[in-house]
Design a protein around this ligand. Sequence first.
Ligand SMILES: NC(=O)c1ccc[n+]([C@@H]2O[C@H](COP(=O)([O-])OP(=O)(O)OC[C@H]3O[C@@H](n4cnc5c(N)ncnc54)[C@H](OP(=O)(O)O)[C@@H]3O)[C@@H](O)[C@H]2O)c1
Length: 302
Amino acid sequence: MFGKKKTQAPEIDKEQLELIKNAQKRIKQKKRLYAHFVVFLIGAVFLIVANLVLDIAKDVTFFGVDWFVYAILIWLFLFVYHLFNVFITSKLLSKNWEQKQLNQLVAKQKERIAELQKQVDKDYPLPTEKKTLAKTTKNSEITLIVAAGEDNAIGKDNDLIWHLSDDLKRFKSLTNGHHIIMGRKTFESFPKPLPNRTHIVITRQNNYQVPNGVIVVNNLDDAFDAARNDKQPFVIGGGEIYKQAMPFADTIELTRVHETFENADTFFPEVDKSAWKEVNKTFHDKDKKHQYAFSFITYKRT
Ligand SMILES: NC(=O)c1ccc[n+]([C@@H]2O[C@H](COP(=O)([O-])OP(=O)(O)OC[C@H]3O[C@@H](n4cnc5c(N)ncnc54)[C@H](OP(=O)(O)O)[C@@H]3O)[C@@H](O)[C@H]2O)c1
């Protein structure tokens, strides 16, 4: 119980090791350059003394200039070449290398944030009772429509992780003619607005520019208000907006992709089975056009 604590070997991952090795190489390079400089100074003094004080090869001149001047100049040239190699052409800490390290660091941070987000969603689930909207007076059936992996993954790098043509077809047919409410990032992931749907984009930005016909609002409440004449407005993502809209929703149209996506960075909130009832489920196997098997599941609030 009170025995000595075992000391654990520190864990250094590959990237950190690479970073350390590069830093060590760089230090060695600079040390060698410094040593070269000191040897050069001593050597130059020695050559001057050898010639002028000790009279070694005193009579040897080239074009009227003492030999030691040429020797010092050649050595100086070699030193400048060394200096140039270390500070100008050295590839060790080039801009590309720095950028690579930065990208690796950012990717690691994103992974960590996604892990923490999952943990927070699990430990502190959103209230499952339906909330009522502040502004909307009319009763419309607010529907979340989403495709999510088994681990609730929905996206990575502001894009989808899969392409499932039958799921897109279903999305098109369900949302056709309706209002679609989305976060600014999801809107920006589209090449252009989708035809025959009224887009409502939520952003905190004051002057957010959008093509004609697209509605911009600054909070979720205003988004639902803008869709108040629609019997079934759809919330189409992404992760931030699903999380905020779930407490107001009546229906969830979920395409459950039967696969886990470990590199995802955006997630759908957990569907609380005590608050949501599965009313429909259709399985779709994988095939030539569909890389993963998936199920269309409809949930209604209990
Ligand atoms: N699999 C699916 O079915 C599906 C569907 C949709 C999207 N996705 C994926 O989800 C990812 C995008 O999701 P995301 O969570 O990163 O972003 P998002 O929810 O699409 O948008 C987030 C943005 O919405 C605005 N916003 C959020 N809450 C707000 C509030 N309360 N008031 C005002 N504005 C608010 C902010 O915009 P500003 O920063 O401009 O203020 C925020 O940056 C992408 O990878 C996309 O491909 C997947």
